[in-house]
Design a protein around this ligand. Structure first.
Ligand code: PLP
Length: 402
């Protein structure tokens, strides 16, 4: 007999499983284009020079291992708000923004979701893009909210389906929560342009919809945080919308395993921001008591020390630039290989991922016959490409789609 009568076998997370399969594969030509983690030109993880220097300074200053406050590292929290909002908007709206350090972007989504669930009755529905970032479903369910999806991507034009987007915004119940990707939509790599963001914000304002920005790629996308934070700053600055912003430094600082992030909540008043912040503090205390210190200290120095900040800007350009170059090289190589079909979408998409648009059969063939690992929906991590494997990947794709 057992106490665990409701136990069931949950299948492993597909992306983490794919990495495990890749690691077991002993083919010399194998390529891991599954998990979204930046790799340098030799296919190795990259420690950003800004991070390396920040670590050195922290060591020099003497690292201690005391608890952080429940809300996290105070200097880090302020620096995140300043960086995401920009100095100008921070000076006018900073006092209306609650901040709480989180376990990276995923932890920030949990905190934001719990706050929304506790401050609304009846609980609002959360609207998620289709195709989704897979973990959104689980997180939203876990915080006790229900979700629906809307068609975000038009497979025929390989771009954002604005007609469907507009229709969703015009028809969901007022008070609904829209889970937006601030930039570099995962998995499609297709974002609204600035005019489309303005239109989305305007409809959301007029229909009283609440945005959660999943901001996992600020700075990593274009190389400029200011550019990548356009949607967030427009919604808060020009439109004065209340909003939650879930920030991750996993990709933009390469601090994946250190779990560095924060949730920012822009509320209608200073008082409300303080109320929300106190609730985030209570949620945090019950979930993890207080967040991890090392990564937050590392990021704090980078965000506040002028020299390190400058180095970080260069590091962002290095990463986003290499990814853009690899997009172009993959595109060129597909052409050279005479791969049937059009591939312009690969250079038009932004961010870390390329959404190839291959059938599941081709994805399986690429894995089993060519040792090329990608998500089942044919999303590739462009950062996994380099000069040594891009031609092989293109030739394999060309052979499989023929
Ligand atoms: N949201 C999106 C869209 C992502 O792509 C990711 C990472 O892949 C995350 C959130 C959260 O990542 P983390 O919790 O590692 O910051």
């Amino acid at each position: 007999s057992t106490f665990f009568t409701g136990a069931q076998r949950i299948p492993p997370d597909r992306i983490f499983e794919l990495t495990a399969e890749y690691l077991k594969d002993d083919s010399p030509v194998k390529a891991n284009l599954g998990q979204g983690a930046y790799r340098d030109g030799d296919g190795n993880p990259w420690i950003l020079p800004s991070v390396r220097e920040s670590r050195r300074l922290l060591q020099e200053q003497g690292l201690i291992h005391e608890y952080l406050p429940i809300l996290g590292h105070a200097g880090f929290r302020e620096a995140v708000a300043r960086t995401v909002l920009g100095e100008e908007l921070f000076s006018t709206k900073g006092s209306h923004v609650a901040t709480c350090q989180s376990l990276s972007g995923t932890g920030a989504l949990h905190l934001a979701g719990k706050l929304i669930a506790r401050t609304n009755s009846p609980k609002p529905k959360v609207i998620i893009t289709d195709p989704p970032y897979g973990n959104h479903f689980q997180v939203i369910k876990d915080v006790g909210l229900e979700y629906e999806t809307f068609k975000y991507y038009d497979a025929a034009t390989k771009s954002v389906d604005m007609a469907s987007y507009r229709n969703m915004l015009q028809t969901v119940p007022p008070g609904s929560v829209i889970l937006l990707h601030a930039c570099a939509h995962n998995p499609t790599g297709c974002d609204p342009n600035k005019d489309e963001w303005r239109e989305i914000g305007q409809i959301m304002k007029s229909r009283n919809l609440f945005p959660i920005f999943d901001a996992a790629y600020l700075g990593f996308n274009s190389g400029s945080v200011d550019e990548d934070a356009f949607s967030i700053r427009h919604f808060i600055g020009e439109l004065n919308l209340e909003a939650a912003i879930c920030v991750s430094y996993a990709k933009s600082m390469g601090l994946y395993g250190e779990r560095v992030g924060a949730v920012l909540v822009h509320a209608a008043s200073k008082d409300l921001a303080l109320d929300c912040q106190s609730m985030l503090e209570q949620i945090q205390r019950s979930q993890v008591s207080n967040p991890p210190a090392f990564g937050a200290k590392t990021a704090h120095l980078i965000l506040t020390d002028e020299k390190l900040k400058k180095q970080w800007s260069e590091d962002l350009l290095t990463m986003s630039g290499r990814i853009r170059t690899m997009r172009q090289k993959l595109y060129d190589a597909l052409h050279e290989e005479g791969a049937p079909g059009t591939w312009e979408h690969l250079i038009n998409q932004t961010g870390m991922f390329g959404f190839l648009g291959l059938s599941s059969q081709v994805v399986v063939e690429l894995r089993e016959k060519y040792h090329i690992y990608m998500a089942d929906n044919s999303r590739i991590s462009v950062a996994g490409l380099n000069d040594s494997n891009v031609k092989y990947v293109a030739a394999s794709i060309a052979a499989s789609v023929r």
